[in-house]
Design a binder for this molecule. Structure first.
Ligand code: ATP
Length: 362
């Protein structure tokens, strides 16, 4: 069979973005250089708050067009607090890209690993392994640029839940639960997280969830209000498997998930649609530590591992999936060593040392 070539769009971003992207691309090159089944090429594209400062454009249409023809998109952190839009909000090209590419499924894995950080003292929290799926194109973010303050007396925002996107989101989440059942060789569960007791929109969301569940009788389902789900994530997260929720709730709960992992610097993510996918760390551009060599590149490297697994699955390229798994294992192994433990995890290692420890583990 001929070698598969995957072209990767790279957005280096702002703040610590370029510092964590450079070692990630280096790790990917080293990991895949000997593969006979597939190869990766990289195209760096401009976007972000600094780019806006230089050119007046935050997410240039040419960058979006070039990214669309790539097989996958690697995106580092974007946005800077001192560069803002006229209405006072920050530049968020990563959110605009999710909407532009219809990336409705934000996949946020939460896991702990041997000798890694353990935030909860209960021994059952030593091997956490669940996934939060955050709808990433609508919900409270659907009208994010249209909020209004009226007469300086009150402010309103709108939330939108559509049948089409909710059906796609739930079907994706059920299939994810099915693939986890197969991979982990055990039954799988999916929980809908909402606020259906108070808001009509969330009751609609819940109804669609229950309708789609009928097509996946092999997956056990449940539903929980978001406040109770937040408490469950702290009190008994080992009982969770796959959770699916609206955009804003997912934004908040995914940082809670990162907290359970020990640091935002460890938490990877993928934003997946029907035609495109973006892989980026859960954290922001961390301007407080930018330029000092302190940023932990693990979340970016683990996001790259998710990209390889996704490329493998969507292109029937087993070697790419295996490379993703190998990279994830190397990264978690490295994160358990002093050379791989960043300051955000109570260690002393800087970006370079952490990246080298991943290469050593590979
Ligand atoms: P956003 O809203 O864009 O997600 P944020 O305001 O939540 O961003 P972050 O940029 O994610 O903020 O940073 C939050 C804190 O976590 C900061 O103190 C930052 O230094 C730290 N942090 C974030 N990412 C990393 C990383 N990769 N390595 C080390 N520390 C990090």
């Amino acid at each position: 069979m001929s070698k598969q070539e995957f072209k990767i769009a790279v957005f280096e971003g702002d703040g610590i973005g370029p510092e964590i992207m450079t070692p990630t691309v280096e790790v990917l090159k080293r990991l895949t250089s000997d593969s006979t089944a597939f190869s990766l090429t990289f195209e760096t594209l401009p976007a972000g708050a600094l780019w806006h400062e230089k050119t007046g454009e935050c997410l240039p249409p040419d960058s979006v067009a070039a990214a669309k023809v790539c097989d996958a998109i690697l995106l580092s952190a974007m946005g800077l607090p001192h560069i803002r839009k006229a209405d006072g909000t920050e530049m968020v090209p990563q959110i605009d890209l999710r909407i532009e590419l219809d990336l409705f499924a934000g996949v946020r894995p939460v896991f702990t690993f041997e000798n890694g950080p353990q935030i909860l003292s209960d021994p059952r929290a030593a091997n956490l392994d669940f996934v939060l799926v955050r709808e990433s194109t609508e919900g409270l973010f659907a009208h994010k640029d249209e909020g209004v303050v009226v007469d300086n007396e009150y402010a309103t925002e709108q939330l939108r839940i559509t049948r089409k996107v909710s059906e796609q989101l739930f079907d994706f989440s059920f299939r994810l639960a099915q693939s986890r059942a197969k991979l982990l060789d055990r039954p799988s569960k999916l929980m809908c997280v909402d606020k259906a007791n108070v808001f009509r929109s969330f009751w609609f969301f819940r109804e669609i969830f229950e309708q789609r569940a009928k097509n996946f009788p092999d997956i056990e389902t449940s539903a929980m209000y978001v406040d109770a789900a937040a408490m469950k994530m702290v009190q008994s997260p080992w009982e969770l498997d796959v959770m699916v929720t609206e955009n804003m709730f997912g934004d908040i709960l995914s940082d809670l998930g990162a907290g359970l992992m020990g640091s935002l610097g460890l938490a990877p993510s993928a934003d997946i649609g029907l035609d495109h996918a973006v892989f980026q760390p859960c954290h922001g551009s961390a301007p407080d530590i930018a330029g000092q060599g302190l940023a932990n590149p693990m979340a970016m490297i683990l996001s790259a591992a998710m990209m390889l697994e996704w490329l493998g699955e969507t292109n029937q390229c087993e070697e790419a999936s295996n490379a993703g798994l190998k990279l994830r294992n190397a990264a978690t192994k490295a994160a358990a060593t002093p050379e791989g433990r960043g300051r955000d995890l109570g260690g002393t290692a800087g970006t370079e040392s952490i990246a080298q420890s991943v290469l050593d583990a590979l």
